[in-house]
Design a protein around this ligand. Sequence first.
Ligand code: 13P
Ligand code: SF4
Length: 304
Amino acid sequence: MNTLKERIQQLKEEKNAVILAHYYAPPEVQEIADYIGDSFYLSKLAVKLDNPVLVFCGVSFMGESAKLLNPEKTVLMPDASADCPMAHMVDKSVIDAARAQYDDLAVVCYVNSTAQIKSWSDVCVTSANAVKIVRRLPNQHILFIPDRNLGHFVAEQVPEKHFLYNEGYCPRHEFMSAEEIAALKEEHPAAQILVHPECNSAITAMADYIGSTSGIIHYAGEHTDCREFIIGTVSGVIYKLKESRPDAQFYFPKTRPSCQDMEQITLEQVAHVLETGENAVALPPETVSAQAKHTLEQMLKLAQ
Ligand code: 13P
Ligand code: SF4
């Protein structure tokens, strides 16, 4: 009798499929993935891979982006209901009002967004490349959507530009408790605080480092003189953190931050979609997909 992992391996070979997982996916899913990474790494990778079938262990905007960039490939989502609430938090009227106000406005869209929202925008960014891309834009006025926290973080790094914001946020990072982080620091004064820019400003104000999930993992990997870290992002990153720094201690807020949507993905679901081809991502209508794909390609170009 094959184990579930052996079954997945066998199905992957039969279908010439590859499994991609975000750092927030459960550890057992990251364990069977061919590639694990942040949103930027996974979107770059999706374009490079030759396999005709991609199994995306992440939320819907990630699968949708992979499909937009590779319309000829089959992108399977193990859990079709895994979605990112922030990806929907933009009202078109916010964009229309900003465009009416500034002629040279660039609408900069965090990749955590639906294809429809991307299609209203000029360029996509991820948390790993947002600063670099905004600096490289010729535009003076920037409307940053959907995430106001990431928008404010980018604005601080690019003070020469004028920013407008949208009232979107990631509930997991926005409602993380600054008091719980401060309590951890009191308990472990030697620990450095590493946080994601989606966190609220009370948390980023305490941080020694603010960066994407891969940025946090690299920082801990490089700062070998430090053996204790307080982590302000979803606890799924522990899998890679422990792998790169088995000698270090990682502390998360007492109310453990979890991205339930990614954490609900199971090995059974991975095997099921490989077996049946169910939950294949459909391309949005041509009017939406052409412009949404363009904003993603602009990101890949400007991030080089
Ligand atoms: P990364 O850009 O670090 O992959 O983060 C994505 C995300 O959804 C964070 O909440
Ligand atoms: Fe969305 Fe937040 Fe989950 Fe990231 S952690 S996918 S922003 S809900």
